[in-house]
Design a binder for this molecule. Sequence first.
Ligand code: GDP
Length: 366
Amino acid sequence: GFKCGIVGLPNVGKSTLFNALTKTAAAQAANYPFCTIEPNTGEVAVPDPRLKKIAGIAQSKEVVPTRISFVDIAGLVRGASKGEGLGNQFLANIREVDAIVHVLRCFEDEDIAHVEGRIDPAADAETVETELMLADLESLERRIVQTRKRATGKDKEAITVLPMMEKALALLQDGKPVRLLLADLAAEDLHILRSLNLLTSKPVLYVCNVAEGDAAGGNAYSAAVEKMAGAQGAKSVVISAAIEAEVAQLPEDEAAEYLEAMGLEEPGLDRLIRAGYELLDLITFFTAGPKEARAWTVKKGAKAPQAAGEIHTDFERGFIRAQTIAYDDFVRLGGETAAREAGKARDEGKDYVVADGDVMLFKFNV
Ligand code: GDP
């Protein structure tokens, strides 16, 4: 599955947020048999109102959302790149995630110490980013020596990756994250960059943890983060971890009342999960029948056989074609049979690029 790693300095609200996420996940667990929750990993359902609509139309007995994972990555302190605190463990954990959710303290509370003794989320972001850049710089400087040698010796693989390594190294030496390269890379280069698995090449979402009273509109701190994120081509969301912790414990009707009283339309976690999903560059396709309506996840750009493979590896191997109905057609026409009669059920082959919202039915050989 796809994983977002939650990082941030100590005492910014990471655990509070993560616990709220896993409580929500635990509450869902009874309905979703494949939900496993490890101590620092929580799998959560991706909220998607389209799924309920599809299930209603297809009169499905079960409704199964798609899921992503969040990993609580503790242990980041100044000096982590040099092995301070849980430095090495921290860096290893972060290497394993697909995207980074960076929690920033945007609340004041004299009883809760800040490691730097002041509230300044943009400066905190820089502290964390610096550690990640130093770790990347060190690992890249070490690796590039070998690669340069091998490239001189006409090693094909080394010749392919070396230019990207040099580009990344130049950025890091200039004090910039490798992420900045992502904006205009061809698919092939993107693949090479990903294969280097650098910490600062992972996409980042900033989470502004604000006081309860600021949850609806944000505050000056979160505004500063939004500005910083914008300048980096990154996104930010405003959340009150304290509210989320509270909501996660309440029964559904009370939670709705509480949220309304706070001026919120939905749990911040729903926004966070959806933002994480976007950050990972994922799209959703659906399967729908009387037994179940289900949402599935693929990377943007995935082709029909890969989508089939999400359901079962046999489906990918034996893929023949996929009956595909756009979500809007499925809903507007009122289901599969009507869509087929209206000529809106397309037969798509192995080169079809899956579109977000497609309702699919796979034909395959076993
Ligand atoms: P972590 O070290 O980043 O995992 O931070 P924790 O989640 O353990 O939070 C550190 C302390 O800050 C705990 O005492 C939390 O109850 C408190 N805290 C977290 N979020 C908020 C918040 O939004 N407002 C206030 N006032 N306290 C918070």
